[in-house]
Ligand binder design. Structure first.
Ligand SMILES: Nc1nc2c([nH]c(=O)n2[C@H]2C[C@H](O)[C@@H](COP(=O)(O)OP(=O)(O)OP(=O)(O)O)O2)c(=O)[nH]1
Length: 232
């Protein structure tokens, strides 16, 4: 039997790594109204990564970087096979050109949409990827330069480090939002860096009471500051 042609699909993660983009198909009629990870067929002489970047550009008008291929592949009919990779946005915002609806889904919301059958085996892996990313400790910085310097230092020390634009929960607008450094470095290493570059740590359980990532405001002094002097 001839080898199956490859269809590649992107699990595009949002800047916090907590949500993935799902897209609703409009054609052909047998798939219209069902949800998929955006992507398409790999062309001859094209790598799967290049195909994914091209397809996302064509379908959503934005640029992605492929992160990791999710384990496994799933047959599509008799002649194709689906592979899926996590990806992150590096330019532009996804806008549907061929789909009629896009949705950002958290791990808990993944089963709220009617996925095409070939996508379903990837969902548990995707849920793991979303959970793993959202629980990773991050350094948060108000200045992009500080975030980039901290990330460069981490990379020089052999850790992975990505700079992403932070978003507050429920907001889609980047303006005035801080920058996050997502890394696999140990907490202690990250802690020293956020001190050095004037940032703060967002570790699991560190969110403010409303889930926002802003540092807790300091209490205002209620009495004049006293200088502590050693007892004579
Ligand atoms: N893109 C994509 N296609 C999927 C997924 N799951 C799944 O069964 N499919 C099926 C639907 C289509 O029959 C086929 C992919 O076709 P497509 O129309 O997206 O690919 P393409 O842009 O390269 O298509 P074409 O018009 O050039 O033929 O795979 C998925 O998650 N993403």
């Amino acid at each position: 039997m001839a080898e199956r042609a490859i269809v590649v699909a992107a699990a595009i993660l949002d800047a916090t790594g907590e949500r993935v983009l799902a897209a609703r198909r409009t054609t052909p009629p047998e798939t219209a109204g069902r949800w998929e990870l955006p992507g398409g067929k790999v062309e001859p002489e094209e790598t799967p990564e290049a195909a994914l970047v091209r397809e996302i550009g064509e379908e959503l008008g934005c640029v992605v970087e492929v992160l990791d291929w999710l384990p496994g592949e799933a047959p599509i009919g008799e002649s194709h096979v689906l592979r899926a990779a996590t990806a992150r946005l590096t330019a532009g915002e996804p806008r549907p050109r061929e789909h009629d609806l896009l949705r950002w889904l958290t791990a808990e919301e993944l089963d709220e949409v009617d996925w095409l059958a070939p996508d379903r085996p990837f969902l548990p892996h995707l849920a793991d990827a979303l959970t793993a990313t959202s629980h990773a400790p991050r350094g948060i910085f108000f200045e992009e330069d500080d975030a980039r310097s901290a990330a460069a230092q981490l990379r020089a020390e052999g850790w992975s480090a990505d700079v992403v634009r932070e978003r507050y929960h429920g907001e889609d607008d980047d303006e005035d939002h801080p920058w996050a450094v997502v890394t696999d470095a140990p907490l202690l290493v990250l802690e020293l860096l956020v001190d050095e570059y004037d940032g703060w740590l967002d570790a699991p359980g560190d969110d403010g009471p409303d889930g926002s990532l802003a540092p807790e405001p300091l209490d205002l002094p209620t009495a004049p500051r006293r200088v502590k002097r050693p007892d004579r």
